[in-house]
Write a protein that binds this ligand. Structure first.
Ligand code: DX5
Ligand code: ZN
Length: 219
């Protein structure tokens, strides 16, 4: 069982982003999660393509651009420096075309599903995406409480993946902490975007503890 930890820099001090990224790397981060918000799809603003390009110069960690924007198809090309582009499934009229466009950029492809949306339509894509990301909070802000009922979606995805050829990661984004990551891993999630719980204190120690608790949850 491998656990993928993707610290979300939304919770980092952006005046010292380089130091935050180094600390996350020292703690064994598997990638960095970069939330992009446009003030339309969500009532908040967050990072831009320049953040991805700048981080690419200072870290070897894979960079995941999580597009929480109204029209991702129009801006995908701006994120070609990312290793993975994650789109919200309800923001694209043709998910297959969007995933193909992401692949043409040379990026891995992830799909996120909101709390109020069913996961069943996404089962079809399990063997065609690198990450299926279940949102456990409303997109837009860090520090919100984890919605436990989303674990049913994780269990469903886990069962479906086990029955098929796909090896896509099953992830959770929002509210992941030492209090929630154990039961999330037990439900079958193996990928976690972690904001506040990674950056509120010392990131390296926080990530090591999160990984230990997640692994204990799968034991
Ligand atoms: C929310 C973002 C999350 C956020 C998670 O819209 O997609 O990635 O950073 O933050 P926490 O872990 O604090 O809930
Ligand atoms: Zn995110």
């Amino acid at each position: 069982m491998t656990i993928h930890l993707s610290p979300s820099i939304l919770a980092a001090d952006t005046t010292a982003l380089g130091a935050a990224v180094s600390a996350a790397a020292a703690g064994g981060a598997d990638s960095l999660h970069i939330d992009v918000m446009d003030g339309h799809y969500v009532a908040n603003y967050a990072f831009s393509p320049k953040t991805v390009e700048d981080l690419r110069r200072v870290t070897d960690l894979p960079l995941h651009a999580h597009l929480e924007v109204a029209n991702p198809d129009a801006v995908l090309h701006l994120f070609a420096a990312a290793h993975m582009i994650i789109v919200q499934e309800d923001t694209t009229p043709d998910l297959g075309a969007t995933l193909a466009a992401i692949r043409r950029l040379g990026c891995k492809a992830g799909v996120a599903v909101n709390r109020n949306r069913p996961v069943e339509p996404l089962l079809h894509w399990l063997d065609q995406v690198d990450l299926l990301l279940v949102m456990a909070v409303e997109p837009g802000f860090g520090g919100q409480p984890f919605d436990d009922s989303m674990l049913d979606k994780v269990r469903r995805l886990h069962a479906e993946r086990a029955a098929g050829p796909g090896d896509c990661a099953i992830g959770l984004d929002g509210g992941i902490s030492v209090a929630t990551i154990g039961r999330a891993a037990a439900a079958g999630a193996d990928f976690f975007a972690v904001g506040s719980a990674a950056f509120a204190g010392e990131p390296a120690a926080a990530l090591r503890t999160l990984r230990a608790v997640a692994l204990a949850g799968t034991a």
